[in-house]
Design a binder for this molecule. Structure first.
Ligand code: IPM
Ligand code: MG
Length: 360
C-alpha cells in the first residue's frame, strides 16, 4: 500500500472550511480507489495560534513539517493581525524555507462556467502561470528607517539571482514543452526596471536557444493584462516574476470564472522538501462561518497534490468530479451563480466520486 503523510494547515478565515471539505474528498478517494493511503496530521497554526503564542507557528514548525510528503494549506491572514506578519510568519516562511520556488497556477474555464469575457472568447482559457516563488519582489530584503519623521525611508528590494531566475524559467520552458500547444509567454518589465529585469531577460534569451521547438513570445507585464482580456486564446504557459505573476494570476482566476476556483502548487521540484498545495482565494473573512465558501479551489489544489504524489488516477477522478459539478450547474456555490453551501458542493463531489467507476 502506498502511504503518504500529509500536513494539513487550514490557517485562517475560510481556510478551515475548505480544507475540511478537501479532506472529506481525499478520504473518499482513498476509500473508493484503494491502493494508497493518506495519513493526515492537522496543525492548528495561524492567527489564533499567534494571539496565544506570539508566533504563527512554533519555533520547530518547519522541522515538524519536513517529514511530510506534502502540505495542504488553507489560508493565512486575519484582520486582528497585520497581513505582513501573518503571511511572513507562516505561508511565506514555508515557501522560502522549503525552497518551493515553482508556483504553478493553472486557469481553465471549466465546463458550464461563465467567464466575464464576452463572445465565447474565453472558451479556450487553458493557461498555466508559472510564478517565481522565493525571490524577486518577495525576497524580503529591505528596511525602514527614521520612523515617523519626514525623512522616513521604506525600502523593498527586489532580489534576482542567476540561479533563481534560471531554474524557474527552465521549469516553465520544460512545462510548455510537455503541453500540446508548446507555447510560452515570457513576461517582463525591463523597459522600466533596468537591472534585475534586464538580467531576467538576458537569462531567458540564453535559455531559449535550447527550446527552439517551442513558440515563444515576450510581453511587458502591463501589456500582458490586456492580452489576457483581448486575446485569451493566444496564451498557453506564462512565466513571470513573483509579483507580476501574483497579479496576473488573480486576473486569470477572475477571467476563468471566480477566485473561488483557482488552485496553486508551491513546488520544490527536486523533492528535497515537501511541496505545498492551496487555493489562492485567501481567508475571505467576510464570508467566514457562513458555509458559503467555494471549496472547488481547495479540491483542485488536492488534484494537484495527488498528481504530485504520483496518484494520477485519483487526481483524474477528482478533476472529473469537479467538471461534472460545474457542467451540471444544479449545485454551484454563490460565487459561481448558484446557491449551494460548501457542504452541499462537497456532497455533490462525493457522490460523483462514488459513482465514478471506470470513468477515468
Ligand atoms: C497569493 C496571495 C499571496 C501572495 C498573499 C496572500 C501574500 O495573494 O497567493 O497570490 O501574494 O503571494
Ligand atoms: Mg495573489
Amino acid at each position: 500500500m502506498r502511504e503518504y503523510r500529509i500536513a494539513a494547515i487550514p490557517g485562517d478565515g475560510i481556510g478551515s472550511e475548505v480544507i475540511d471539505a478537501g479532506i472529506r474528498v481525499l478520504d473518499s478517494l482513498v476509500k473508493h480507489i484503494g491502493g494508497f493511503n493518506l495519513s493526515i496530521t492537522h496543525f492548528p497554526w495561524g492567527t489564533d495560534f499567534y494571539l496565544e503564542h506570539g508566533k504563527m507557528m512554533p519555533d520547530d514548525g518547519l522541522e515538524q513539517l519536513k517529514k511530510f510528503d506534502a502540505i495542504y494549506f488553507g489560508s493565512a491572514g486575519d484582520p486582528r493581525v497585520p497581513d505582513h506578519i501573518s503571511l511572513w510568519g507562516l505561508r511565506l516562511a514555508i515557501c522560502q524555507s522549503f525552497d518551493q520556488y515553482a508556483n504553478v497556477r493553472p486557469s481553465i474555464l471549466l465546463p458550464g462556467v461563465q467567464s466575464p469575457l464576452r463572445d465565447g472568447a474565453a472558451d479556450s482559457i487553458d493557461w498555466v502561470i508559472i510564478r517565481e516563488n522565493t525571490e524577486g519582489e518577495y525576497a524580503g530584503a529591505g528596511g525602514r528607517v527614521h520612523s515617523g519623521h519626514a525623512s522616513e525611508v521604506g525600502l523593498d528590494v527586489s532580489v534576482f539571482t542567476r540561479s533563481g531566475v534560471e531554474r524557474i524559467q527552465r521549469f516553465a520552458l520544460d512545462l510548455a514543452r510537455s503541453r500540446p500547444q508548446k507555447k510560452l509567454t515570457f513576461v517582463t518589465k525591463s523597459n522600466a526596471q533596468r537591472h534585475g529585469m534586464v538580467m531576467w531577460d538576458d537569462i531567458f534569451d540564453q535559455l531559449c536557444s535550447k527550446y527552439s521547438d517551442l513558440t515563444i513570445d515576450k510581453m511587458l507585464v502591463d501589456a500582458m493584462t490586456t492580452r489576457m482580456v483581448l486575446d485569451p486564446k493566444s496564451i498557453d504557459v506564462v512565466v513571470a516574476t513573483n509579483l507580476h505573476a501574483d497579479i496576473l494570476s488573480d486576473l486569470a482566476a477572475a477571467l476563468s470564472g471566480s477566485m473561488g476556483i483557482a488552485p496553486t502548487a508551491n513546488l520544490n521540484p527536486e523533492g528535497e522538501f515537501p511541496s505545498m498545495f492551496e487555493p489562492i482565494h485567501g481567508s475571505a473573512f467576510d464570508i467566514m462561518g457562513k458555509d458559503i465558501a467555494n471549496p472547488i479551489g481547495a479540491f483542485w489544489s488536492a488534484v494537484m497534490m495527488l498528481n504530485h504524489l504520483g496518484e494520477a488516477s485519483a487526481a483524474q477522478i477528482l478533476m472529473n468530479a469537479i467538471e461534472k459539478c460545474t457542467l451540471d450547474g444544479t449545485c454551484l456555490p454563490q460565487d459561481l451563480g448558484g446557491a449551494a453551501t460548501t457542504e452541499q458542493v462537497t456532497d455533490f463531489i462525493l457522490d460523483m466520486i462514488r459513482g465514478s467507476n471506470d470513468r477515468v
